[in-house]
Design a protein around this ligand. Structure first.
Ligand SMILES: [Ca+2]
Ligand SMILES: [Ca+2]
Ligand SMILES: [Ca+2]
Length: 468
């Protein structure tokens, strides 16, 4: 990453001077000090102490009258012990360099102890100083891909009881979180980032009723204690530093404030993974494919969710799958891959430019009805994990078409609304356009809300047809 020698914000110029190690020694008028291991120790406002493994152990607000500590030397271990210095946080790590505890002080409502419980490198649970569960997380396939945040709002022993809150993450292909929605698909908090990952958190949509506009209420960190922001990493509210798994990143400086710590888990060249455009290509999305999925039942309602048979239009390319189980098909002698795995197999290392899902008349209505209409409230964690396999697999400006022949079942406004929410969730989850039959048109929001619904004009009949 280039050094950022000049930062201009709102017309105010801040000059920065890097040294030969690419550490900034001045930022604006403030001198910055690093230890011999390259860790930032004193930036004129805050002091930082690091343990023997170069892990951030303590952050304090320096004493304005003694910013160099009592020894008068900036960046030494006594900087945070000057009379008016105020400790902000201490952090503890386990033998795998996972941060297992933070203790926040002098930070108002953020004060308190948080213990982190892990599954591998993922935080699955946070507990407070009284050992009461506060938050839990569910993840998708990718390491930093949070899917669900469950919050214990009533202080009892679970995060998923009455009075608690379940939120869903919506991320882009860099796994940066752009919105959290509640189970009815309503945005609760939204996020934008500058080129170096500094978050603007939108905590309310403002009087225009639209998110991501100028009248939104803004904050520097989440108001609902969501830690995951840029590239799916943690933003520490108490410091506004980002915790990149044993490394800390200052989005204001566009810089890590430490070098590679011992045992850094993501490999040494973190920039490639997160910041270099060609590095944000974990799947090698350099080729594009169009995929057709044909769904048809041997006999309609009697075999719902059961056996599927292939049909072969579109140049002999056909696939068989059923929609009821995304993860497996258990018909003897049939393809044992689920729908999502069939799609992944067909895509290979390419990005999906177009995904066409065709379903037979009647069965289409049954399948789509049964499968999609309940989903905004009804996805299981397994189903979410399956669906998330397709995240990041789509090309830019790609399209997914759900098609059926014939008018299908009778139009039901409530079912149409549920289907609309489901397709909208797919569009956000997959970061693609999702099209559906006009029988799925939402009677409340109509065809243009959010620009996600791209279906046919309002009316009856079908959006597209097929002839197996
Ligand atoms: Ca000192
Ligand atoms: Ca609870
Ligand atoms: Ca607004």
């Amino acid at each position: 990453m280039e050094n950022w020698r000049k930062n201009i914000e709102n017309g105010v110029v801040e000059n920065r001077t890097p040294n030969e190690m690419n550490e900034y020694v001045t930022v604006g008028l403030a001198n910055q000090f690093h230890d011999d291991n390259g860790n930032l120790t004193n930036d004129g406002v805050r002091g930082y102490r690091w343990d023997y493994k170069n892990r951030l152990h303590q952050v304090c607000l320096l004493d304005p009258n003694n910013p160099k500590g009592v020894d008068g030397i900036p960046g030494t271990s006594d900087d945070c012990q000057a009379p008016a210095a105020a400790q902000i946080a201490t952090y503890s790590y386990d033998a795998m360099n996972r941060r297992i505890r933070k203790v926040v002080t002098n930070s108002g409502s953020l004060n308190g102890t948080t213990d982190f419980n892990y599954d591998g490198l993922r935080t699955i649970e946070e507990r407070n100083g009284a050992n009461v569960v506060v938050q839990q997380y569910v993840y998708g396939i990718y390491l930093d891909e949070a899917l669900v945040l469950d919050r214990n709002l009533n202080g009892d022993a679970t995060t998923i009881g009455p009075g608690d809150q379940r939120l869903f993450y919506h991320q882009n292909t860099q796994y940066s979180v752009h919105a959290l929605t509640n189970p009815t698909g309503t945005i609760v908090e939204a996020y934008q980032y500058d080129a170096y990952g500094r978050a603007t958190v939108f905590t309310a949509q403002g009087s225009d009723g639209v998110w991501f506009t100028n009248d939104d209420s803004q904050a520097l960190a989440s108001a609902i204690k969501n830690p995951y922001t840029y590239t799916g990493q943690r933003l520490d509210s108490e410091t506004l530093l980002m915790y990149f798994k044993a490394r800390y990143f200052d989005t204001g400086l566009g810089r890590f404030i430490s070098r590679d710590p011992i045992g850094y888990v993501d490999g040494m060249n973190l920039y490639n993974g997160y910041f270099v455009p060609s590095g944000v290509d974990p799947m090698g999305l350099s080729c594009t494919v169009e995929i057709d999925i044909i769904l048809i039942t041997t006999s309609l309602d009697t075999n719902r969710g059961g056996k599927t048979v292939p049909v072969g239009p579109k140049g002999g390319s056909f696939w068989k799958a059923r929609l009821f189980t995304l993860g497996e098909i258990d018909v003897p002698g049939e393809d044992t891959s689920g729908l999502i795995d069939v799609i992944l197999k067909e895509a290979g290392d390419c990005c999906i430019e177009t995904l066409n899902i065709y379903a037979h008349n009647g069965s289409a209505g049954v399948y789509f009805g049964d499968y999609f209409q309940f989903q905004p409230l009804g996805f299981t964690e397994e189903e979410l994990a399956q669906l998330s396999k397709l995240k990041g697999k789509y090309c830019d400006d790609s399209n997914v078409y759900f098609m059926q022949c014939g008018p299908g079942e009778a139009y039901d406004p409530e079912e149409a609304h549920q289907r609309y929410l489901t397709l909208k969730m797919f569009a956000e989850l997959w970061n693609t356009n999702v099209w559906g039959p006009s029988t799925y048109l939402d009677p409340v929001t109509g065809p243009t809300e959010d620009g996600i619904w791209l279906g046919a004009a309002a009316g009856t009949g079908t959006f597209m047809t097929m002839s197996p």
